[in-house]
Design a protein around this ligand. Structure first.
Ligand code: MTE
Length: 323
């Protein structure tokens, strides 16, 4: 891949959590499942933020006058893709409240030491929640900057003890027709449940996050409550919502968008301004909130700005072929 360096004028690099910073911000929120409700209240995050401010290092070349705010909460929670509730961006915020998220179980299986079913509380128990401010780039060429709350996917996977021949991780979303009007619609094109997958080394990468909250609050249903993936260097469709099943597999799992249109959506789906979608360019993105008066059009960065951290995962791979 041709290497290009962009100066992103809309987002100061100090707004995005690079690895050395988030490692310092670990244990931002000391919380386990038992205290999760408390941990997700705004003050604890604000306090933790204050206590870690000194660890934030600002990049020399960042023009502070151009620092963008994080995408407002309203935009993050009203402009969504969650096809289970409809295809319009406003459908998830209007209809996802119909999804029951309590109780919530996650089936874990495949090539792990003890397949079974875990209550959400068991999934979360023992993990410290952290705040991670990540860029989020949809394949449709809009983007956001979101302060997520969650824990590294690697921690959960380690607990599942994948076997040596487990090379991939498969994820599935809840599929409950009665509560998900989009799955009943005649325009529904996805073979439900929504599925996604990662290669094991991608899943174990410290940037891959299981999010349970955003902006210091529990995840709203439309953003994938009660737990979702956030893989910030990949197009947003890899960040599967409302997960109910995790399987470790030997073979590359089938993923929803790839099954639907393999020529347009690949398994890897790494953000790549050099490889256009067959129907539109991926060189630029529209940073939300945007309008015709303020388009907020900014260049897209390789691996969504996380090249330094993740490019090594793809060494020697032709990223045009493995898009
Ligand atoms: N997960 C499920 N289950 N169903 C979906 O339709 N859409 C994906 C991803 N995860 C989707 C999903 C796409 S295309 C994007 S861009 C992101 O969710 C959007 O996340 P957001 O609505 O929180 O911004």
């Amino acid at each position: 891949m041709k290497k290009r360096t962009y100066t992103d004028r809309s987002i100061a690099s100090s707004d995005i959590t690079p690895e050395h910073v988030f490692l310092n911000r670990r244990a931002l929120i000391k919380a386990s499942a038992g205290t999760m409700a408390g941990a997700l209240s705004a003050p604890s995050i604000a306090e933790a933020e204050a206590s870690t401010q000194s660890t934030l290092s600002f990049s020399q070349d960042a023009d502070r006058s151009l620092v963008d705010e994080q995408t407002p909460y309203d935009a993050v929670t009203t402009y969504n893709n969650f096809y289970e509730f409809g295809t319009d961006k406003s459908d998830p915020a209007r209809h996802a409240h119909n999804m029951t998220t309590d109780p919530w179980n996650v089936k874990v299986g495949g090539l792990i030491s003890q397949p079974g079913s875990l209550h959400l509380e068991d999934v979360l128990s023992g993990f410290d929640l952290e705040e991670r401010i990540y860029r989020f780039r949809c394949v449709e060429a809009w983007s956001m900057v979101v302060p997520w709350v969650g824990f590294p996917l690697a921690q959960l996977l380690k607990r599942l003890e994948p076997k040596a021949d487990g090379k991939f991780v498969e994820f599935k979303t809840l599929f409950r027709r009665g509560e998900m009007r989009g799955t009943r619609s005649f325009t529904s094109v996805i073979d439900w449940p929504y599925r996604e997958g990662l290669r094991m080394d991608e899943a174990m990468h410290p940037l891959a996050l299981v999010a349970v909250g955003l902006y210091g609050k529990t995840l709203p249903n439309q953003n994938g409550a009660p737990l979702r993936l956030v893989v910030p260097w990949k197009y947003g469709f890899k960040s599967i919502k409302s997960i109910v099943e995790i399987n470790v597999t030997a073979k590359q799992p089938k993923t929803s968008w790839q099954m639907l249109q393999p020529s347009e959506y690949g398994f890897y789906a790494n953000v790549n301004p050099e490889v256009d979608h067959p129907r539109w360019s991926q060189r630029f993105e529209r940073k939300l909130p945007s309008s015709i008066f303020k388009p907020n059009r900014v260049p897209t960065l390789p691996f969504n700005g996380y090249e330094e951290q993740v490019a090594g995962l793809y060494q020697g791979m032709d990223l045009r072929k493995f898009y």
